[in-house]
Design a protein around this ligand. Structure first.
Ligand SMILES: [Zn+2]
Length: 406
């Protein structure tokens, strides 16, 4: 059991959200009405491009700061930021090329949570497609430019406590096979975490088959990209044999159920991934909701609905490990979940009446994130009595920022 009762509190290890796009917190509640143009992942993406086109370093910082403060108040102590908005809206680089990455890192540091900045590479609009409007600021002129930024970030944050640098490939559709291989060699050389949206959408599989004659995970396996530092984000639509390829390679899968449900992505076969030995982690992804307890329990509960059975993926202790230890490991912070602590109020209505020998069961399957009382990251208390130490200021700045972007 990972949860411990201490007086009227229950203490659990720090929780990690291994896949985040912090700026998407600005979209919450804006994409839920039934409209023809908002009917799928692809139309949701159009709205996301609109928001991304309005960002500047100041708004990026303030939105990310609120997003992270909300996560912290839900028990998240470490985040993997899959960062792909790099340049000005025109596509021209900022004078300081890493300005937006620096803004996101500063937001995490000021909130007090740990961050792994996964610098994303994005090269094209899709298979044999030019860039769509809105994608310019995600792309670099050359792969060398992108790799230079990864070098710069690694150098600049080498001695910064709580900050780790990794890299990411946006997706098969956005990056060429040769560039993915080059990035993989770089990640392996320096033992960096490498993340990639993989097999999220059925259209992605069809396009990958058309371009490469095989499916995304199989292609990554064939090219030797999968290894213990590789995280496939989503892995929703896996073809025959791909689960074993992931399992044999040591690669992990980050499941983001609140987003996958929200976007109508489908669901991955988490039970088969676990049976194959694939370490799972969870991520808030699009900030449709910010609740790490729900992200963890959804892996099991959604699978129960599909299989019409109970306890099909993992028990509560294993799921708590997915949300804590595995999440930290997925973003290159092995073992640090035990240096952070989340204290839950055992008097919270969602936790009252639970048995001491079933604490993990109650925390994972029943706890409301409202029960989070204190959060300590590397010995510093950042949430007290359920509220982040600077919540009022951070909230006001966020609301003002949203008003200027409306
Ligand atoms: Zn994502």
């Amino acid at each position: 059991m990972l949860s411990k009762r201490v007086g009227d509190a229950i203490v659990i290890p720090g929780l990690a959200s291994a896949h985040s796009h912090a700026f998407q917190r600005a979209m919450r509640g804006h994409c839920q009405r039934q409209q023809a143009e908002l009917g799928s992942f692809w139309s949701w993406r159009g709205r996301m491009y609109e928001i991304a086109s309005k960002l500047n370093p100041d708004s990026m910082y303030k939105i990310a700061k609120f997003a992270y403060a909300e996560l912290a108040m839900s028990g998240v102590c470490a985040v993997g930021e899959f960062h792909y908005v790099h340049h000005q809206a025109s596509g021209q680089a900022y004078d300081k090329r890493t300005e937006l990455a620096d803004a996101v890192i500063a937001a995490a540091r000021d909130v007090g949570i740990r961050i792994t900045l996964l610098r994303v590479v994005y090269e094209r609009g899709g298979y044999a497609k030019d860039l769509s409007p809105g994608q310019e600021r995600f792309c670099d002129s050359t792969l060398a430019d992108a790799m230079l930024d990864i070098d710069t970030l690694r150098t600049n944050y080498a001695d910064t406590k709580g900050v780790t640098i990794g890299l990411a490939v946006h997706s098969m559709r956005a990056v060429t096979r040769s560039s993915i291989s080059e990035l993989s060699s770089y990640a392996k050389k320096y033992s960096l975490p490498m993340h990639m949206h993989l097999s999220e959408q059925r259209r992605e599989l069809e396009e990958c088959l058309a371009e490469h004659g095989t499916t995304p995970v199989a292609l990554m396996h064939q090219d030797g990209v999968l290894d213990k530092n590789f995280i496939a984000v989503h892995a929703t639509h896996l073809a025959e044999g791909e689960i074993e390829m992931l399992g044999n390679s040591g690669a992990g899968v980050c499941i983001c159920r609140s987003t996958e449900r929200d976007l109508g992505d489908g669901h991955c076969e988490a039970d088969k991934l676990v049976a194959a030995g694939v370490p799972l982690s969870t991520g808030v992804d699009s900030y449709a909701a910010s609740d790490p307890f729900d992200e963890a329990r959804a892996i099991e509960l959604d699978q129960r609905s599909c299989r019409e059975a109970r306890t099909v993926v993992a028990d509560a202790t294993q799921l708590l490990r997915v949300a804590s230890e595995n999440g930290y490991a997925a973003i290159g912070m092995h073992g640090l979940s035990l240096e952070d602590h989340v204290t839950l109020d055992a008097q919270d209505p969602s936790l009252v009446g639970l048995a001491n020998d079933r604490l993990d069961d109650a925390v994972v399957f029943c706890a409301s994130s409202r029960a989070v009382r204190e959060v300590d990251v590397a010995g510093t208390r950042i949430v007290n009595s359920g509220v982040h130490r600077e919540y009022s200021t951070i909230r006001q700045e966020f609301e003002t920022t949203l008003a200027t972007m409306a």
